[in-house]
Structure formats: C-alpha cells, structure tokens
Design a protein around this ligand. Structure first.
Ligand SMILES: [Cu+2]
Length: 140
C-alpha cells in the first residue's frame, strides 16, 4: 500500500467515524428516536394471522395520536406482511410476520385519521385479498 492509498483509506475511515458520530448523537436536535430507545407502549395490539385471514382485536383498533403502540403479530402458517397505509395509499410502516414468532413493532402515529392494513408480503394465492380498510382509528 503506497502513501496515496493510505491517505485515501484514512479519509474513508474519518468520513465513516464522523458520519456515525453525527447521525447517532443525541445532541442532534432532530434525532428524537434513538435506535436503542425502548419506549414503554401505552397499549399492545395483538394480530393473529392464519389461512390468509388477519384477525384484529374485536371492536377494531383505536389508538391515540402521539402515544406509543406496540403491534404484536403472529402467523400460524406462512410468512405474511403487516403493513399500515394512509388513505392516499402511502405506507406508514410495515413488518414481516414470520410464522410461530412474535413479530413486534412499536409505533407512534402523529396524525389522527383512519388507516388501512394489508399484507405486504406475498404469501400465496389469496394474498391480494388481505386488505382491511379503516382497520386502525387514530384519535386526537
Ligand atoms: Cu400476503
């Protein structure tokens, strides 16, 4: 390795270290959620999926804007996706739902409204029917 290569390697290492220090720093004002944050969810929502059916809690899902909600999704057969969408079709979040495993995600809805749920993982021939309009109500 000659001198220019060592300098270039040093520049790359410095860029890597500075980038990570800045983006992981709690001093950055826009960085309110840390990767190691463990917010206590205000409520836990269980979702059971089997045979292309998403079984949501009876009475639907109602959460408050600004509170942390934990979604715990389980599958009893194949891999599904749990995706939450705004009414304009844009995605809020999604996670894979692996069989026989408690798949968890903690989310905070910023805006009140109703949200749709659909499977975001191709799971088989009945996958396109896995759509639940207005599945989540977020109230102020
Ligand atoms: Cu699916």
């Amino acid at each position: 390795m000659d001198r220019e290569e060592r300098i270039w390697l040093g520049v790359l290492v410095a860029v890597f270290l500075i980038f990570n220090a800045v983006t992981l720093s709690p001093l950055v004002p826009w960085q309110s959620w840390m990767i190691w944050s463990r917010p206590a969810p205000a409520r836990v929502v269980q979702i059971d999926i089997a045979n292309y059916q998403m079984n949501l809690p009876a009475g639907g899902i109602e959460v408050k804007a600004g509170e942390f909600v934990e979604f715990v999704a389980t599958s009893r057969d194949v891999t599904y996706g749990f995706g939450v969408f705004r009414k304009d079709g844009t995605m809020v979040f999604q996670m894979q739902v692996l069989p026989k495993y408690q798949n968890r995600i903690v989310w905070k809805f910023d805006k009140p409204g109703t949200y749709d749920v659909r499977s975001t993982e191709y799971s088989g021939p009945k996958h396109p029917g896995m759509f639940i309009p207005d599945a989540i109500r977020v109230v102020p």
